[in-house]
Design a binder for this molecule. Sequence first.
Ligand code: CA
Length: 537
Amino acid sequence: MFRTTCLLISLLSWLPLSATSPAQSPAAQATPRRPNIVFIFCDDLTCQAISAYGESRHLLETPHIDKLAAQGARFDRCLVTNSICGPSRATILTGKYSHRNGFYNNSNCTFDNSQTTFPKLLKAAGYQTAMIGKWHLVSDPTGFDHWQILPGQGLYYNPPMIRNGEKVKLTGYTTDLIADLSIDWLKQRDRTKPFLLMSQHKAPHREWAPALRHLGWDNDRVYPEPPTLFDDFSGRSRAVADHDMGLDRTFTELDAKLRPSPNMSPEQLQQWNAWYGPRNEKFLAAGLQGRELVRWRYNRYMHDYLACVKAVDENVGRLMQTLEDEGEAENTVVVFTSDQGFFLGEHGWFDKRWIFEESLRTPMMVRWPGVVKPGSVQKEIVSLVDFAQTFLEIAGLEQPGDMQGRSLLPILQGQTPTDWRTSLYYHYYEFPAPHRVRPHMGVITDRYKLVHYYKPDIDEWELLDRQQNPEETKNYYNDPEYAQVVSELQTELQRLRQEVGDTAEAPRSAYGNQPFDGEAVKPQKKPGSEKKQTKQQ
Ligand code: CA
């Protein structure tokens, strides 16, 4: 009964003020505001690094992120549609797949910022909107009253930023600074309006550079290894074996911190060297090879990546405390998520891109007092493509008919529609650089994935069965016992391609601007597009 009443109050409070005034109901007078939305977004954060997801290696404690799950809902299968940074961001803003919003890859795409996005619609409906942190869509943000972004990938220390079109330079650790700026904006906002705050971290993106206060945070722990750290890819598609994202072959000196991250002050560099220096000397003297070298890299990678997540977690706590102090914690929907997952040594990899679970699944928590049941766990297949429509419905706005997701509001209210999706379409493009992950498309269900590696030099299929083989190291495609499953999933894949309108061949530029099929493609040029700062993906 209590929840029903709260829900009714929330629903009434979504009505535009003009619709409830002057004769407001007592309930509407008690909560006269549409809900605020705080979107805390990470880059390359994966579920294995969040203690609320109970990863078996117990890699890190994340008390502040876990608190969001305890006070709200944890989504266990929030899946991405194209597991790479820029495309995920474009999908979130537009509610559309890459082939519809035009942002296929990080190599040569520029986001067409004249498109309809949910922040634009919220702003037009009276929300005060802000975007702070990593943007990574090349063109300037649109639809925001205030924006302050990192150019390109941004830097971990003393980052240059662009504030409403003007260059500024900050001093400090970028994760802390993005939280500082978000907190400052919250304190200075127009209190007469509901707000949308997109607070978007660079962390824990490569090169996983920790805050200096976190150097040595793990006391030189030797981390449990994932069972697939030395995956030999036997029986798998050639596409999988021919990767370039391995701890054994791709890990650079910067990744390993054998040279320092860029842009530190002399004082910062001194602290950096005090911790890494002696450890690097010991490593270089040891002359490790083969598996021992991979193990050393894995442990260095875990120290650095998890330290970055630790800083995110601390800053989630600070932002939530600010919401509390501002008196907005009860009337704010807080969504915590990432642009995709990441491999933490599974299959011997770092990075993302693949349809495999660690990369495909992204963390997602939603805290919304009075609506989302505390401590609830959602198993449904949801996706970043659903976010735009969800935020629009939360704000009581119409959902444009050409958006391709579905509002999660009923699920948040604990009333999953009986016709909720049981499969999701996936399509990755960027090849060959970086990381040599061949373009692939596929269909994902609760249990299976059917994957087609279709170009440029390959035409191979894989069937994965997560129930029989959660590590996704076996290909059941040619197993006669799975013939019926393969047949059904091929039909479903074609149906989904029709449904999302991805039946035409993608333009050559969708795959990037690297030599491919023996020829290079000219990068797209659009008016007003700025030059990208870095080639790092
Ligand atoms: Ca990313």
